[in-house]
Design a binder for this molecule. Structure first.
Ligand SMILES: Nc1nc2c(ncn2[C@@H]2O[C@H](COP(=O)(O)OP(=O)(O)OP(=O)(O)O)[C@@H](O)[C@H]2O)c(=O)[nH]1
Ligand SMILES: [Mg+2]
Length: 387
C-alpha cells in the first residue's frame, strides 16, 4: 500500500510524489517540508520543532488518516445521539444533566468568510449530497434574504441526527461592537430557525416589498436552541492580504469576535475555521495560520482547521479532496465533543425557588421604581398648580 510510511530517504521522495493524496497536499511544496518528513524516519529533537514544523506535521497527520478516517468519523456522526460524548464529572450522573435532544453548532464570522459554503460542504461530505447547495452563498455585498434570517441545517440529512448547524448573517469589520453584542444575545438567549438578524441601517437597503415578503416574517414557532459550540469562520486570505498592506482591522475584528466574553460562557474556546487558503501561496498560507493563531491565542495545531469551501455543487467533496473532507468531519466531531462538555446540571427545586424569588424581587424593585417616578411627577405637577 502506497500510503505506508517510507523506510529510508530514497523511498521518501518517491512516496510523497506518488502518494494518491499528493495532489491535495499543498503544504508538501513548503520549504521546510523536508525537515518535517524526516520526523517520520527518526525521533525529532523537540527543541527544533518550530511552530511551522508543527503545522506541517499536523497537516501530514490529516493526510495520513484522511482516506480511511473519514468513513469511521462519518459513521460516528451518523450514530451520534446528543450526550453520547458526555463523560461523568463533578459527581453528577447523566440523569442529573440537562442534555437537550439535539446539540447546536453556531457558525459565525464576517461577511463573505464562507459560512454558507461551509454548510454546503458539510452537506456534501456528511449528508452525501453533492448536487444541491442547501445554504445560499453570497458574492459581493449584496444583501440577500437568507442572510437576514438564521438557518438551521440538518447537515446529515437524517431523521435522527443528534446535532444541527446554524448559518448566521455575516458581521461587518467596521461594526465590531455591534457584532459582539449580537453574538452575545445569540449565545445567552439561544437561537431558532428563521430568526431575524436585522440590524440598524437595514431599513435603508430593504424595500417596502421586502418587508412584505413572508421571508422576513417572524417564525417564532420553531424550537429555540441553546448554543453548545461556536465555530468562528475567518477568511484567511483577506486577513493576510490586509495585514501585508498594513491594515490590521480584519485581524483585530476577528480577535474581538473569537475572544468575546460571550463565547467563554459557551465553551472553552470556539473552533477556528480558516477558509480561502487556496488564494494564498504555500508559504503565505502557513505563515497566515501561524500569525492568526498567535494573535488569537489559539494552538496552531489543535485549535484550527484550514478548510477550502470551493465545492458549491456538482461533486462530492471527499471524492475530490479527501484531506479537506476529513478536516471538516474532524472539526464537526470536535465541536460535538465540546458541545457534550457544555451541558449543565438540571435545575432542582431549590434552584427554581431561588430563581422565582429573584424574579419576584426584580418585579418588586421595578414596581416601586414606577411608583416613585409616578408620585414624583404627580408632586411636580401639584407644585406647579399651587404656584
Ligand atoms: N476560493 C475560495 N472561495 C470561497 C471559499 N469559501 C467560500 N468561498 C466563496 O466566497 C464567497 C462567499 O461565501 P459565502 O459562503 O456566501 O460566505 P458567508 O460567510 O456565508 O457570507 P455572508 O452570508 O454574507 O456572511 C462565495 O462566492 C464562495 O464561493 C474558499 O475556501 N475558497
Ligand atoms: Mg452566508
Amino acid at each position: 500500500m502506497k500510503d505506508q510510511l517510507p523506510c529510508n530517504h530514497e523511498e521518501e521522495e518517491d512516496y510523497y510524489e506518488s502518494s494518491p493524496m499528493s495532489s491535495h497536499c499543498w503544504w508538501r511544496s513548503a520549504s521546510k517540508f523536508d525537515e518535517c518528513a524526516k520526523f517520520k524516519l527518526e525521533l525529532p529533537n523537540l527543541s527544533k520543532v518550530t511552530p511551522r514544523l508543527k503545522v506541517l506535521r499536523e497537516l501530514e497527520r490529516l493526510a495520513l488518516v484522511a482516506s480511511e478516517g473519514v468513513d469511521e468519523l462519518r459513521h460516528k456522526l451518523f450514530t451520534y445521539r446528543c450526550g453520547d460524548f458526555w463523560v461523568p464529572n463533578g459527581g453528577l450522573k447523566r440523569e442529573e444533566m440537562d442534555i437537550p435532544s439535539i446539540n447546536t453548532i453556531l457558525l459565525v464570522g464576517f461577511h463573505n468568510s464562507g459560512k454558507s459554503s461551509l454548510v454546503n460542504l458539510m452537506y456534501s461530505v456528511l449528508g452525501r449530497s453533492g448536487l444541491i447547495p442547501f445554504a445560499q452563498t453570497s458574492s459581493g455585498n449584496a444583501l440577500n434574504h437568507t442572510a437576514l434570517l438564521m438557518e438551521e441545517h440538518n447537515v446529515l440529512r437524517s431523521m435522527r441526527s443528534g446535532f444541527c448547524v446554524y448559518d448566521t448573517r455575516g458581521f461587518d469589520y467596521d461594526r465590531v461592537l455591534e457584532c459582539v453584542e449580537e453574538l452575545s444575545e445569540w449565545v445567552t438567549e439561544g437561537v431558532h430557525h428563521k430568526q431575524h438578524c436585522l440590524r440598524p441601517g437595514d431599513n435603508d437597503v430593504l424595500t417596502e416589498e421586502d418587508w412584505e415578503t413572508p421571508l422576513l416574517n417572524s417564525f417564532s414557532k420553531f424550537a429555540r436552541r441553546r448554543v453548545n459550540c461556536v465555530m468562528v469562520v475567518a477568511n484567511a486570505s483577506e486577513i493576510y492580504k490586509a495585514l501585508k498592506a498594513g491594515d490590521r482591522k480584519p485581524l483585530e475584528a476577528t480577535k474581538s469576535l473569537f475572544c468575546s466574553p460571550a463565547l467563554r460562557k459557551c465553551n472553552e474556546n470556539p473552533i477556528l475555521i480558516l477558509t480561502h487558503g487556496d488564494k494564498l501561496p504555500t508559504e503565505d498560507r502557513i505563515d497566515c495560520r501561524l500569525k492568526i493563531c498567535e494573535y488569537l491565542g489559539v494552538s496552531e495545531t489543535t485549535g484550527v482547521y484550514d478548510i477550502v469551501c470551493l465545492t458549491e455543487y456538482g461533486f462530492l467533496a471527499d471524492e475530490f479532496d479527501p484531506v479537506t473532507a476529513y478536516a471538516l468531519t474532524e472539526a464537526v466531531y470536535r465541536a460535538l465533543l465540546i458541545s457534550d462538555r457544555s451541558h449543565l446540571p438540571k435545575k432542582n427545586l431549590q434552584d427554581w425557588a431561588v430563581l422565582s424569588l429573584s424574579w419576584f424581587l426584580c418585579f418588586l424593585g421595578a414596581f416601586f421604581a414606577f411608583l416613585a417616578h409616578f408620585f414624583s411627577k404627580l408632586g411636580q405637577r401639584h407644585n406647579k398648580l399651587t404656584l
